[in-house]
Ligand binder design. Structure first.
Ligand code: SF4
Length: 147
């Protein structure tokens, strides 16, 4: 019988420490992908049309929209100092960090995420149920990405 017990069954502590690390040099975590809702939310926030937002700030890779990246500066273009300059309108991908399905296994969490993100192990204890609901939201937005 497969072991279905999740490594986060007792919850995980995470609270953003404002390091800005997840917004700089995404490295192996890749692009900031954008669902249609993300692009609309950004456009509303910036008081421009979704089309203008897409033309000015987005690129498409393998059919999936993401924020443009400057090869000379891998920081997100919306990072201001160590803070997100569009926090209220930040995309789903940024809202669901660090509970991404790719890293939701004990090994990746301990080795990659904890080493990368200073918020891991600090502050709020996220219950299994809360983490599962973040993962469900992430799955739903991935479907809308068309990956
Ligand atoms: S949109 Fe905001 S939270 Fe997301 S990577 Fe850019 S600066 Fe960071």
């Amino acid at each position: 019988m497969p072991n279905t017990e999740k490594f986060y069954k007792d919850g995980l502590r995470f609270e953003c420490q404002g390091s800005g690390k997840c917004c700089t040099s995404h490295g192996e975590f890749g692009f900031v992908f954008l669902t249609p809702e993300d692009r609309r939310r950004f456009a509303d926030h910036l008081k421009i049309t979704t089309r203008d937002f897409t033309m000015k700030y987005c690129d498409r890779t393998n059919g999936v929209w993401h924020l443009k990246e400057d090869p000379k500066n891998p920081d997100c273009m919306f990072l201001e100092g160590k803070r997100c300059g569009v926090y209220k309108a930040r995309p789903s991908q940024c809202r669901t960090w660090p509970f991404w399905k790719e890293v939701m296994n004990a090994k990746s969490w301990a080795k990659d995420v904890a080493a990368f993100c200073p918020g891991v192990g600090k502050g709020k204890l996220w219950s299994e149920k809360e983490i599962d609901s973040v993962l469900a939201a992430e799955n739903a937005s991935e479907k809308r990405l068309g990956k």
